[in-house]
Design a binder for this molecule. Structure first.
Ligand code: ZN
Ligand code: ZN
Length: 203
């Protein structure tokens, strides 16, 4: 993993690491995506629901995006689509504009020589020279990628009018007809003579 010192020393980056628990490439990709999106939209971190984020994966990167954008699971302005793509859409409620960032295909592609060496290292069947060569190639590729800034990581698609999801619902709670636990009214469904929670429905 290659992450330049210039990024690692940033307070914003450190905040992501504190939240996420460890340094990794995923959290770094999320950091870069959030920084770039806020710049492109001309927005600041959301105090309330000024921004929305739609992530198309549930990997490490999502934690950095929550820290930097203020779009969080708890606030209800952080939406997850289970598409298995390294794609992130950021939207502004004020301007109605959005931007979708997709991790560039070349970021996934490891050059052949590097792959060969990685396999050899994995099988513990390599010389000290090969290990050195691998380290050098890996770092050079990392340096080159990071030199272009966040723009070098993502294909950017501007969205002139974003269809914004509704604001997080605030509804009263009622007791479930079976277990008696309080449930958001909109999450209760009729079953026989009762309105029941999802937990009781499954039984
Ligand atoms: Zn991670
Ligand atoms: Zn119940």
């Amino acid at each position: 993993m290659y992450i330049p010192d210039s990024i690692q020393s940033e307070q914003d980056y450190q905040n992501c690491i504190t939240f996420h628990g460890h340094t990794c490439m995923g959290v770094t990709i999320g950091y870069l995506a959030a920084k770039l999106a806020l710049k492109l939209l001309g927005e600041m971190r959301a105090v309330d629901e000024e921004l929305i984020v739609i992530v198309e994966n549930d990997a490490c990167c999502c934690d950095a995006i929550q820290v930097l954008t203020g779009c969080t699971f708890g606030k209800g302005n952080f939406f997850f689509l289970d598409h298995g793509k390294m794609a992130f859409t950021f939207g502004s409620r004020a301007s109605g504009q959005g931007v979708r960032l997709l991790l560039k295909q070349e970021i996934f592609q490891v050059p052949e020589r590097e792959q060969q060496l990685a396999t050899k290292i994995g099988s513990k069947n390599c010389t000290a020279e090969e290990q050195q060569e691998y380290k050098k190639l890996f770092e050079q590729r990392g340096e080159k990628t990071f030199k272009t800034g966040a723009e070098g990581f993502f294909d950017v698609e501007k969205i002139a009018t974003l269809t914004l999801p509704p604001l997080a619902p605030r509804v009263p709670s009622k007791p479930c007809g079976l277990c008696g636990e309080m449930v958001m009214e909109t999450k209760l469904s009729p079953q026989g003579r009762h309105l029941v929670c999802k937990g009781c429905q499954q039984e």
